[in-house]
Design a protein around this ligand. Structure first.
Ligand code: NAP
Length: 277
């Protein structure tokens, strides 16, 4: 008689030592008393395909994928969810019993779930959102906002051509505005999202004049190190509701955990505190 294998999952990236995912999933594994493991794997780009082929044979149920493998993992998958295809990157892989790979991207739903729990009752339908940034994270945010029924997205990026590329790809609800015109455009914002890396520890601050921003607007920052970015501090001083970026990281992890370990995990303060510790 053989003993059933303990379920395994991983986060794959290069570098990977900084990842908070092992603490996050480890907290859930302990909480739900699951005899499985979640490990960080440093994998170089040239080795990714070979590693993903071998993992199911080793007992891995799936993996999170991070920089620099998100696009390559999507290309290597046998099945791709609609949202991952539209975002153009995978952050969650599930291995089927035959070793085939299903790729998903949960960053967008992590973002939305974070706003729904951090700002209960906020209604996305028909609103105008101002989104700053046109990098990898912005793609997931734009797809998620459109799927939630946002009416108009005003998109600004330091390199305007990148924002124009996204507007062309994603359609008419996105209008590109000049980076320098953001302050006067804020009077239209019901939601303001920073998806740039500005404000992150070690990066320049996001220096934005919020005078025109209505106090009724919701403001969120994808940057979560520091947790209290200058943008969030300034927005709260204006009376705006704010939601920090850590919850997005926690919520994007939940679908993978459920698929690999069979339990829908809860995002709560204990989990936040474990990841922050
Ligand atoms: P990325 O692809 O490298 O994009 C970086 C973005 O920041 C680009 O729009 C870039 O503009 C802009 N930027 C960088 N330096 C700038 C500067 N000095 N002035 C103006 N704009 C500047 O990075 P990403 O993957 O999208 O990640 C962006 C941020 O989101 C990071 O801080 C990341 O940690 C965070 N994030 C958080 C979560 C979460 O779960 N909370 C998830 C994903 C990402 P250009 O196009 O002009 O270079």
């Amino acid at each position: 008689m053989t003993t059933p294998k303990k379920p395994l999952a991983a986060v794959i990236g290069a570098p990977i030592a900084h990842s908070k995912s092992p603490i996050l999933h480890g907290t859930w594994l302990t909480r739900y008393n699951i005899g499985g493991y979640y490990v960080p794997l440093h994998v170089e780009p040239d080795d990714l395909a070979q590693v993903l082929t071998a993992m199911p044979k080793m007992g891995f149920k799936g993996a999170n994928i991070t920089i620099p493998h998100k696009e390559a993992a999507l290309a290597l998958a046998d099945h791709v969810t609609d949202r991952a295809r539209r975002i153009g990157a995978a952050n969650t892989l599930v291995f089927a019993a035959d070793g085939s790979i299903q790729a998903d991207n949960t960053d967008g739903i992590g973002f939305i779930e974070n706003l729904k729990s951090g700002a209960p009752g906020f209604d996305f339908q028909g609103i105008t959102a101002v989104v700053l940034g046109a990098g990898g994270a912005a793609r997931a945010i734009l797809v998620a906002l459109m799927d939630e029924g946002v009416g108009q997205i005003l998109l600004a990026n330091r390199t305007r051509s990148r924002a124009e590329g996204l507007a062309q790809e994603f359609g008419a609800s996105i209008r590109v505005i000049d980076w320098d015109d953001v302050p006067q455009t804020l009077c239209q914002a019901q939601l303001l999202v920073n998806t740039t890396s500005l404000g992150m520890t070690g990066k320049p601050p996001l220096d934005l004049d919020l005078t025109a921003l209505p106090a009724s607007a919701l403001v969120t920052d994808l940057v979560y190190a520091p947790l209290e970015t200058p943008l969030l501090v300034a927005a709260r001083a204006k009376g705006c509701r704010t939601v920090d970026g850590l919850g997005m990281l926690l919520h994007q992890a939940a679908p993978g955990f459920e698929a690999w370990f069979g339990i829908k995990p809860q995002v709560d303060d204990d989990l936040r505190n474990a990841v922050l510790a």
